[in-house]
Design a binder for this molecule. Structure first.
Ligand code: IMP
Length: 203
C-alpha cells in the first residue's frame, strides 16, 4: 500500500489530513509515528517554497531510513491586500512568535483601518507540497477569500481566524465550527487538490 508521511508536528493538521485522505486507500502516517524529527529553516520566498523545504527535508530522512513514502507538507498564512500582502509568509512570526494572537489581530485591524481602504480584502493561503519516493515534486495552492473584520469575533479555530471575515457566510472563520471551516478552508482546498493528484497516481 502507498504510504503518505505528513511533515508536521501539529496534531490538528494530522487529524484534518487523515479525515480528507481517508478514502484514498493510502496509509497516512505522522512524522512522530515514523520516528522522524525535522524542523528546517523556512527561508523560502513563498508559501510554495517553504512547503517544499519542509517536504524535502523529511523526504531525505525517509530515504536514509529506507521508508518508501510520499511526503506531504503545508505552509500557510494570511495575506492582507492593503498591507502589501502582510503578514504573508511571516504569519506565524509576525510581531514575534511569542506575541499573543489577540495582540497580532488588534495590530492588523489598526493597520488596516489606518489605510482607509474600504474593501479590506484578504485571503488565507495554503501551499501543499508533495515529494515522491523518486524525488519528483508537486505543489498546489488553496485559498479562501475574505476581508479584515472591524472587530475580532468567534472562539473557534486559531491564529487570525477571529479577524478573517467571510462575506459569503456573514461571519469570521472563528465563528464557524471546525467541520464547517475545513469544508471551505485554504488548507482543506489545497489538501483536496493534492488528493486528486494522488488519486491519478494510483490508477
Ligand atoms: P504554518 O502553516 O503552520 O506555518 O502556519 C502559518 C501561520 O499562518 C499560523 O501560525 C497562523 O498564524 C496563520 N494561519 C494559517 N492558517 C490559518 C487559519 O486557518 N486560521 C488562522 N490563522 C492561520
Amino acid at each position: 500500500m502507498n504510504k503518505i508521511v505528513f511533515a508536521t508536528g501539529n496534531k490538528d493538521k494530522m487529524a484534518e489530513i487523515r479525515e480528507i485522505m481517508d478514502d484514498l486507500g493510502f496509509e497516512v502516517s505522522s512524522m512522530k509515528e515514523e520516528g522522524i524529527e525535522s524542523d528546517p529553516e523556512e527561508n523560502g520566498a513563498s508559501f510554495e517554497e517553504n512547503a517544499l523545504i519542509k517536504a524535502r527535508a523529511v523526504h531525505e530522512i525517509c530515504v536514509e531510513k529506507g521508508i518508501e513514502a510520499i511526503v506531504l507538507s503545508d505552509d500557510s498564512g494570511l495575506e492582507i491586500d492593503c498591507l502589501n500582502k502582510e503578514p504573508g509568509i511571516m504569519s506565524a512570526r509576525y510581531l514575534g512568535r511569542d506575541t499573543s494572537y489577540e495582540e497580532k489581530n488588534r495590530n492588523l485591524i489598526e493597520r488596516t483601518d489606518a489605510t482607509g481602504d474600504p474593501e479590506r480584502t484578504a485571503r488565507f493561503v495554503c501551499a501543499v507540497a508533495a515529494v515522491f519516493p523518486d524525488g519528483t515534486e508537486k505543489v498546489v495552492r488553496g485559498t479562501i477569500e475574505g476581508t479584515v473584520a472591524h472587530t475580532p469575533s468567534g472562539n473557534h479555530g486559531f491564529g487570525y481566524d477571529p479577524i478573517f471575515y467571510v462575506p459569503e457566510f456573514g461571519c469570521t472563520t472563528a465563528d464557524l465550527s471546525n467541520e464547517e471551516k475545513n469544508r471551505v478552508s485554504h488548507r482543506g482546498n489545497a489538501l483536496r487538490m493534492m488528493k486528486e493528484i494522488l488519486n491519478e497516481i494510483k490508477k
